[in-house]
Design a protein around this ligand. Structure first.
Ligand SMILES: [Zn+2]
Length: 287
């Protein structure tokens, strides 16, 4: 009787290992791309996943909120985030990154030389030093290749040191992600005067999806920029009833006037683009 009991336990264990192995194998070889604008309240956090490769752009304000969100989309056996990008050192972009560094192994960190006097920035800076991750200076021309075909490219700032001069939003990292005919433009909190510089510099702004800069502040997302990017969808990452009055009504009107659809994290929750292959349009879902 006892022998039979152990026999069943061993068989059950073997089946569980097989199933888990199958799931892990499937996840590693899955070439679908997912771009998820996480609803982290007032702030930005975007998770990009292809197979078992993840890139996290910003982390919102709060570590606990971000970890809960990451746990929903990254399988529990995958404790590694390949690339972390900090667009600029404001609290609503880097606050959540500290807990992420403490709970995941992060292989590479992309950020500019911009600094802040905040306790959060100092704590993050110290953790980054301890993490033993590759430190990559965020500046124009840096490319991030996903093994299964997606590619990210930094188009701003022009140099990492230049981003450290002046006001922090103005040094925001701007990154374009391309997966076949689908492209996404992530703009941090970039203000309008820098948008104009980008228009003069880059021919490749055209993107299907834009992450509206600075949570829809009226000091970003100029007419000229919308005309250069020509997005179909505009994502506004913003907290409900936030104290800053984001997003500005005039920005919403400006976007709608161009026939662009608006999706807001405070209304839709997490906004997910599921991209099956390079030749078809990503599908949008909400969670
Ligand atoms: Zn912000």
């Amino acid at each position: 009787m006892v022998n039979k009991f152990f026999y069943y336990i061993i068989v059950a264990g073997f089946i569980i290992v097989l199933i888990l192995g199958g799931i892990i194998f499937y996840q590693k070889n899955n070439h679908d791309l997912r771009v998820i604008f996480l609803d982290v309240g007032q702030g930005d956090a975007i998770l990009i996943e292809q197979g078992s490769n993840q890139m996290l752009i910003d982390g919102g304000r709060n570590g606990k909120t971000l970890l809960e969100k990451l746990g929903k989309y990254i399988p529990f056996w995958d404790r590694q985030i390949e690339i972390m990008v900090a667009t600029h050192p404001d609290q609503d972009h880097i606050g959540g990154l500290i807990d992420t560094l403490e709970n995941y192994k992060v292989n590479a960190i992309i950020k500019t030389e911009a600094e802040s006097e905040s306790r959060t920035f100092k704590a993050l800076d110290e953790l980054i030093r301890e993490e033993n991750a590759d430190n990559i200076e965020a500046e124009k021309g840096v490319k991030i290749k996903f093994p299964a075909g997606a590619e990210g490219e930094i188009i701003y700032p022009f140099s990492s040191e230049a981003a450290a001069l002046g006001e922090s939003n103005a040094g925001s990292v701007v990154l374009k992600l391309t997966f076949g005919e689908n492209n996404f433009l992530f703009t941090g909190d970039l203000p309008s005067e820098k948008e104009l510089i980008l228009i003069r510099d880059s021919l490749a702004l055209n993107s299907r999806v834009i992450k509206v800069a600075h949570h829809g502040s009226k000091y970003s997302t100029s007419e000229e920029f919308l005309e250069a990017v020509k997005p179909e969808d505009a994502i506004i990452s913003v907290g409900k009833n936030n104290q800053y009055g984001h997003p500005a009504l005039e920005v919403i009107e400006r976007i709608l006037k161009h026939g662009i659809k608006i999706f807001r994290t405070d209304e839709m929750g997490d906004i997910i683009y599921e991209c099956k292959n390079q030749n078809s349009k990503c599908k949008i879902e909400f969670n």
